[in-house]
Design a protein around this ligand. Structure first.
Ligand SMILES: C[S@@+](CC[C@H](N)C(=O)[O-])C[C@H]1O[C@@H](n2cnc3c(N)ncnc32)[C@H](O)[C@@H]1O
Length: 199
C-alpha cells in the first residue's frame, strides 16, 4: 500500500487554512483579505520554513533507507492523524465559540462589541485556539514520524505562545479588568508554564 503520510499532511494543512478562511468569511466578513488564510503576514516566514523543514525531514528519512517496523509506522500514523483531528477540532470549536471576539491579530483597543467569552471550550481553558493549534502542529510531525521536527515544532510553538499569551492577557485585563481576573482564577491557561496569571 502507498504511504499515506505525506498526502495526509497536506490534507491537514489545507483543512487548517481553509477553516481559518471560512471562519473569517463567516465572522469577519468586512475585513476579508488573503491574510485570512493565516498564511501571511501571520505567521510569516517562520511558518513557511517549518513546512519546508517537515517535507525535507520526511524525504531525508525515506532516502536514508532506515526502516521502522510496519506496525510502529501504522500506529504512529494513526496516533498522529487522530491528534491532528483533535487539535483542528479544538481550534475550530474555539473560532466558532468566540466568533467575532476571536481576531487573528491580538486586539490593542477594545471594540465596543467585544465580549469576554467564557462558555464552551473557553470554559475548559483560556486559550483553546492556541492549544488546538499547538496540538495540531506538533501532531502533523507525529503523523510524518519526523523526530527532529516533533522537537522543533514543540519548542518553536512554545516560544511563540510564551511571547503571545502574556501580552494578549495584559490586553484582556485592560479590556475586562476584574471580570478577566475572576475568569483566570477559575479556568486554566491551557499551556502550562506560560501565563503570568493564576491557574
Ligand atoms: C488569535 S485570538 C486567540 C484567542 C484565545 N487566546 C484562544 O487561544 O482561543 C486573539 C484575540 O482573541 C481575543 N480573546 C482572547 N481570549 C478571549 C476571550 N476569552 N473572550 C473574548 N476575546 C478573547 C483577544 O482579545 C485577541 O484579540
Amino acid at each position: 500500500m502507498a504511504d499515506p503520510r505525506m498526502p495526509l499532511f497536506f490534507v491537514a494543512v489545507t483543512l487548517f487554512h481553509a477553516t481559518e478562511f471560512a471562519f473569517s468569511v463567516l465572522c469577519h466578513s468586512k475585513t476579508i483579505e488573503f491574510r485570512c488564510f493565516l498564511l501571511a503576514p501571520v505567521p510569516a516566514a517562520g511558518y513557511s520554513i517549518a513546512i519546508v523543514a517537515a517535507i525535507c525531514e520526511f524525504w531525508l528519512w525515506q532516502a536514508s533507507g532506515i526502516t521502522l517496523p510496519g506496525v510502529l509506522v501504522g500506529g504512529l500514523t494513526l496516533l498522529g492523524a487522530g491528534l491532528v483531528l483533535a487539535g483542528w477540532s479544538l481550534r475550530t470549536a474555539a473560532l466558532f465559540t468566540a466568533r467575532s471576539n476571536f481576531t487573528h491579530i491580538v486586539a490593542h483597543y477594545k471594540d465596543p462589541s467585544h465580549r469576554l467569552v467564557q462558555h464552551g471550550v473557553y470554559g475548559w481553558c483560556r486559550h483553546p485556539g492556541y492549544v488546538g493549534w499547538f496540538l495540531w502542529s506538533v501532531s502533523t510531525q507525529i503523523l510524518l514520524i519526523n523526530p527532529v521536527c516533533i522537537f522543533c515544532y514543540s519548542w518553536v510553538s512554545f516560544r511563540f505562545f510564551a511571547g503571545r499569551i502574556p501580552h494578549e492577557e495584559e490586553m484582556l485585563l485592560q479590556f475586562f479588568g476584574d471580570e478577566y481576573m475572576a475568569y483566570a482564577r477559575e479556568v486554566p491557561c491551557g499551556i502550562p508554564g506560560i501565563s503570568r496569571l493564576q491557574r
